[in-house]
Design a binder for this molecule. Sequence first.
Ligand code: FAD
Ligand code: NAD
Length: 441
Amino acid sequence: MPRYDEILIGSGPAAYKLSNLLAKTDHRVLVIEGNQFGGTCPNYGCEPKIFLAGAARAVIQSQQLVGRGISHPAVLDWHQLMQTKLHRFNSWPAETKANIERTHDTISGYASLVDKHIVRVNGVNYEGERIIIATGQSPVVLPIIGNEFLHTSTEVLSLKDLPSRITIIGGGIVAMELATLVAAAGAKVTMLIHSNRILRAFPSQDVQKVVAAMEARGIRFEYNVTPEAIETADGGFVVQTDHGSFPTDYVIGATGRRPNLDRLHLERVGIKIDHQGIIVDEHLMTNIPGIYAVGDVVSRPEPKLTPVAEFEGQYLFDYLMGQEKAPIKYPVIGQATFSFPEVALAGVNPDQVIEDSAYQIHHQSLKYGSLKAGENDQTSELTLVYHDDHLVGVSAVGDHAADEVNYLIPMIGLKISRKQYQQVAIGIYPALGDNVGNWLK
Ligand SMILES: Cc1cc2nc3c(=O)[nH]c(=O)nc-3n(C[C@H](O)[C@H](O)[C@H](O)COP(=O)(O)OP(=O)(O)OC[C@H]3O[C@@H](n4cnc5c(N)ncnc54)[C@H](O)[C@@H]3O)c2cc1C
Ligand SMILES: NC(=O)c1ccc[n+]([C@@H]2O[C@H](COP(=O)([O-])OP(=O)(O)OC[C@H]3O[C@@H](n4cnc5c(N)ncnc54)[C@H](O)[C@@H]3O)[C@@H](O)[C@H]2O)c1
């Protein structure tokens, strides 16, 4: 039986980071991937999403400036955009696989555990001193009649022709980002939200501004609606709900993601899980010594994002090499929804401390600066949360909210005051982050 020091199951950002680090050692490593090498982010997640958003942003920004110097807004050619996207992305999985193969062995196929040290793939067993599970998550498929007509984000990000009417079930990050994209391309979009809250992880005041801007562009939000069935009708579909019927040409299910555990046969080894994924200790080890988990498949309160997956890949490498003995400690994590406008958050969410007098919350409109006024970015606002005079949280809404929050993440992590910032930095003016120092208390 082939023997390895490490067997990595999955090749997404978590495993890829770890495999790149292991490439600098003399370890024998096997990387097993069931689908596309590189995983979700580069193939059907962050990367194609943000690439397609480039053209969508240009269209919306041009619409925003009609009557302010732009006479005809840009029109998005979806077919051409998708051809450009496919041209850029199609070769990535093969290139990622080839990269890994410079130093490690790879196998295409879904892996399962046979025992504490043996993994089976394509009917063959492989022995590993350590096994690292990095299998990520997949979209939840809503258990309703007609769910075979539901499309996932993966399909939308490679959709060759744009349907005229699109219904999106869900009001999370994926739903809002896809709605922004397909509406900018000209689709008539209806969002079916089963509660009265959208983007729960972000401050409600910021989210309300995003929704208002999207509504102004014609995106329809239907709240407290529970989809019950999807039926075919007149060459299209009807989404039947407890609050009426919604005729459409295409239905996207964006109702969350669940950890990829089914194929692993964890029960053969007795690895503990919960509904959020694999339970690990403070060193990312499962309850079975020698078997670890990293990335989205891990059950943890931190958001499931690419940089977090990579951070865990780095931590596990350092730990396995004996360079890190302390428990994993996550730094301040920033997250954004790349809707238009964007909404972003790092550290303490102002909604959670609004009634706690130990925290001070400052709202600062950013729309008056010439840069924002020139873009007619009317929503732009920053919210700063202080505790004991230290910045502990920041949220932003606006056309560049993700970048604005990014500027302030080090200030939270390093507990830097306005004075300390201004003593060490004069930013480039007039750019997005030029007045970070002035924003601070
Ligand atoms: C539409 C979308 C947009 C996103 N946008 C962002 C964003 O803007 N910013 C951000 O930070 N994050 C974003 N994310 C989340 C990000 O993609 C994930 O957090 C990241 O990919 C997690 O990396 P991972 O390595 O843990 O898992 P994944 O990237 O999911 O990789 C896991 C891999 O394991 C493979 N696998 C599963 N089971 C097996 C098995 N039994 N055997 C072998 N292989 C297996 C899978 O095929 C997959 O390739 C987005 C996700 C989606 C869906
Ligand atoms: N910009 C980013 O960083 C980014 C982008 C996309 C995805 N992601 C990652 O992917 C994850 C998943 O995103 P998501 O938007 O799919 O999930 P989510 O959990 O953010 O949102 C799911 C939505 O579906 C709704 N929903 C749940 N069950 C439902 C049901 N039975 N019927 C109707 N609606 C239902 C929820 O109310 C919610 O609005 C994110 O949390 C994040 O980890 C990140």
